[in-house]
Structures are given as C-alpha cells and as structure tokens.
Write a protein that binds this ligand. Sequence first.
Ligand SMILES: *Cc1c(COP(=O)(O)O)cnc(C)c1O
Length: 463
Amino acid sequence: MDSGPAAPVEVPRATPPADPRRALPKTDAVLSLPLMGELAATWGRPLVTEKVRRVLDEARCAVGGGGTVPSPDEIAGKVADALATLDAGRVRSVINATGVVLHTNLGRAPLSEAARAAVNAAAGYSTVEFDLATGGRGKRGATVNTLLRELSGAPGALAVNNAAAALFLALGAFARDREVIVSRGELVEIGGEFRIPSIMEAAGARLVEVGSTNRTHLADYVNAITDRTAMILVVHPSNYRIEGFTAAPPLAALVAAAREAGLPLLHDLGSGLLTGDLGDEPTLRESMAAGADLTVFSGDKLFGGPQAGIVVGDETMVQRLSRHPIARAVRIDKLTLAALEATLLSHLGGRRGELPVWRMLDAPIEELTRRADRLARSIGRRARVRDGAGMVGGGSLPVERLPSVLVELSCGPSGESAVMGALRAGETPVIVRAERGRVLVDLRTVAPEEDDVLEKALLAALP
Ligand SMILES: *Cc1c(COP(=O)(O)O)cnc(C)c1O
C-alpha cells in the first residue's frame, strides 16, 4: 500500500500516469447511498460495510488489471447482489412437489400441526427442566422418555439430538477401546458424512467386520467373539438393497448368540417404523420382539417427528447412557422435545394420520387424481395428468416406488431448467423433478392447503 508519508522535497522528473485505482469510490461515498441505508436496516451497518470493502477490494484488483472504474452505484449494486445471495441461502419454507416424502435436503419429515404448536409454546420460557407440581427442578425429557417406554414396551428410553448421536453415545459408553462386530453387508453410509466405520472410529470402538458383502452367517459372528468384544451391532442397510444370493441371520438368533456370550446387541433400525406395513422395512416391534438390548432410530424419518435420535431398550444400559458425558453433548433441545412429545401423542393415540408423513404415504390415489385434474385444468393445455411414482426417501425403501399421479408440464423452448429455476425463485419456492424435458409435479408431497399457492406459482413460472 502507498500510504507512507510523501517526501515533500523530491520533485518527480516526469509526471507518472495517475493511478486509476485512486479514482475508485470511497467506502463512505458508497455507504451514504440510500440503497445501502436500506440494506443496513436489515443486515446491520457492520455487515454492509464489510461487503462494500470487499467489493471495492475486488474492483481495485480489476482496475489494476486494466478494467474500467466502477461508479458508486455499480459498487452498491454488487453489494446488494451479494446480500441477496446470502438472503436466498436462509432457511425458507418451500413446497415439496418432488414426490419424495422424506426429502433429506428439504428437512425430512414435516411436523404435524400439534408438533408445530408445541414448538411455538416451548419457544419462550417453558418447563424443560422444571417440575410445576413441586416447584423444583425437573428432569429434561422425562415425559418424552416415559411416552417412548409406553410406545415401545421397552423398560428404558432416551431421546438425543439424532440417530448418529445416539449411536456415537452407545458406542462411546459401551465399546470404547473394545471391539464391535458388524457384518460387511451393513457398513452403511447414510450420506452427509455418516458412515458406520467412521462413527465407530470417532467413538473409539474397534470395528470387526465379519462375513461378506452379500452373505453373513451366524457362525461368522460367533467365531469373531473374543474377550475384547464389547457388542454386536446390527445396522439396517436402509438406503441400499443387496439382492440375489444373500444371507443374514435372523435378529433373534443373533440376540441369542450375543446373550450366550454375555454381550449386548445394538440394533440400528434406521427409520423408526413402528409396526409393519411398509414393504420389508424393519419395525420397532420386530426389534423389541427379537430382544435387541438397545434399538436406535431417527425421529424425523418414518416416525414422522422432529430430528432426534431415539434409544429404547434395557433399563440399566439406558441409564448408563443418560449419565454418560457424551449424553450432555448430544442432548435434545427444548423445541425438539416439545415436537417429539406431540408426535409421540399422535402415535400413542392411534392417530398416525395427524403426521404429515403418514398422511402423504396413505393418501389415496383417487384423492391425488382429483387434485391433479383440478391443477391441470387451471394450467391449461401445457399440463397433462399421468401416472407416475414417487419415493419414501430418507433412506427408507430405496428401491420401492410410491405409485402416484403426476401433473406433467411442457416447458416450451426455454426448457425445463428455466421453469425449475423460476419455480425456485418464486415467493414460495416450489421444488419439482424433471424428466425428458418436462417438469413433473407430484401432489403426494404437497399438502392440500398448499394447492392454491402451488397453482399460482406454476402459472407464474411457465412461459
Ligand atoms: C438415517 C439413519 C441413520 C442416521 O440417522 P440421523 O437421525 O440422520 O442421525 C443411522 N442409521 C441408519 C440405519 C439410518 O437409516
């Protein structure tokens, strides 16, 4: 930087060309523009000032490289663009018209009305760790844990931040510096950096792989048991399917083998389906009936609630988990606790239909057809109703398809990506799929009360 004091006695022999970078607007000149004032009202002056400095730095480089000198308004425009990008990245409510019910990128399970109301109520001061009857301290999650015990029939229950955290906690508490036996067919990667071998390493447990990718037998497990073994881990390979020449011992047989060796069996169930009516997705009831010592599942997959990791099983083991230091680090927050409580009440009351995930999965084809017909009529000749398929998503039932009814839209010469971009840019962003140049709208994942907003968004986005 040329910020040192000038030497007044020296007279330059020739006049050097004026540095064009000196012609750049000053930071204060840009900040005094009305647009910057408006942005500062939202984002605060320090952030806006920082952006102005950054854009000016970039302009300085560009001008140094022979570019033209931008005006204050041009600099302000770039600052506004940068802040608009930041704004677009904020968490926004969207319409999911993809037909993927548990869309991980869109937040998996949408919460029920009751769960949303509970979150709102818990958002202020609330009885997270306060006992209204005694006026003394209460235990965080006590009611949720009781409801979980009621629902599962297990004597112990604990809810933590997510299923990955629940596994980390269980491995850290029971298998640190010891061995955990897992089938080679179950070394799952869920996505988002979650891999069974990595979480095991992070928890300080040693992975002992047994069997082969497609076939693992009871004897493989039994032969791997040594005095260093801490537990047997069974993981539901939720997001892929190994088909053909395959074998895995029944869970109950593995539980018996573990018990004979005096070892616990931990079952990572994945999606938290309670009872069996969804393909061959394993259920909590089966896991309990087989006698797993601990069963772990996610709160925001087929359980239909908030992001949470639920552990149910042996009372003493769950107590040890809840007292472990890791439990404090992965504890559930008050908003999740409230939403989970409401979700549990829907399950316990036999009102699964209150949960959006189940309303969507159970939506009758006739109802979807009626809504699709109505939408297609309002859009006109660019729309056509046809049969199609969605997915459960969230790593559940990876190969099965959910029969559905689609509104297929022809997008004109600008193509499907232009229409999809316009849909994402709308006031209520709409997320859709495309196939062979056409946009597909699957109403299964759209709540009926969103139909009107969806219709307006589609009409606005189509050329
Ligand atoms: C989804 C899943 C997890 C991770 O659950 P999160 O709640 O996202 O942490 C772990 N194991 C299995 C088998 C899963 O399907």
